[in-house]
Design a protein around this ligand. Sequence first.
Ligand code: GMT
Length: 377
Amino acid sequence: MPDRPLKIGITCYPSVGGSGILASELGEELAARGHEIHFISYDPPFRMPVGPRVFFHPVVVNSYDLFKYPDYTLPLSVKMAEVSRDHGLDVLHVHYAVPHATAAFLARSMLHEEHRLKIITTLHGTDTTLLGRDPGYGPAIRHALEQSDAITTVSEFMRRETVRLLGVKRPIEVVHNFFEPHPAPRPRADMRRDLGLADGEAMLLHLSNLRALKRVDLMLATVARLAPRNRFKLVVLAGGNPTLLIAEAARLGIADRIVVRERVTDIEDYLQATDLGLFTSETESFCLSILELMSMGCPSVAFAVGGIPEVTISGETGLLVPFDDTAALAAAAESLIKDPVRRAALGQAAQKRAREHFSAAAIIPRYEALYRQVCSG
Ligand code: GMT
């Protein structure tokens, strides 16, 4: 394989979600390194970069009367084949297996031999942990993985789960997620003032799509235990509908402690204003949000589930407690709200760990090497 820049197709979900964010930032970093990037999805990904060497190819979904449910997989596969042929893609990297890996495999079957593209599938989370165990999906996911030229997962936890739940025999490479913060456009003091934080109040941050597995109920139960009440506020960057969260906060009598913001794109503004991250998911393959905070020198408290202990080390770069133990989580958060010196020490160690293990410099060369390996293979 010549050492020329590559033409890389990327397919992901464009809506707010870790896999789409990761795929967008991967595209940005690869384009900055001279590769040509073609995003293929039904909408431009939420954080898709704009700039030279980045293209977007929309997939048009029709809702024909004869179908009860609109189909996305077939038009996606047709678009993948078309982009691959017209732009001479070297490799198609799909993020989240369902239905992207199956569509990629179909696309390849549609192409003539000279256009046969290489497929890399990255498993991100519920494509294995939820859909992988569903008998209506599992066999199709396994089949698509077997047809991929390479499979990666974002944590060792996910690799083990993929083998356990899907019985995949092919090698699975663990390539952890990365995050490369952009400079924050707004000063920290401005942000904190806009969010209504008084002097001496600690800012806690939660950012997620608020799906059921994020266990917003446990997060609010934790917040309700924190004392004293006037020493903190929890800012929630909601990538999903916050109505239930707001109602539950009111029921618990903590509405005055919660600030909700929606459709935030300049997350660095919020990350740099934060003192402590708060996460209560029942499972996470990785938890990109914890990494985003670490990259800005901020520790988090969370439950020790899934791949989270691979990202942050309890007692060194954050604090982790057993799942569902809201008393322990509240105690951990409270100890750090009261102790800015320890918080800063954990934050510094977190930032060092993020740079060494989960930065673009650490991770992008791994993907580039994999692309070249499958292309030459
Ligand atoms: O699998 C999901 O639930 C969706 C996926 C997404 O698109 O947000 O989230 C997963 O991928 C992220 C990026 O790799 C990880 O940081 C999240 O931990 C992971 N979510 C789960 O495992 C629940």
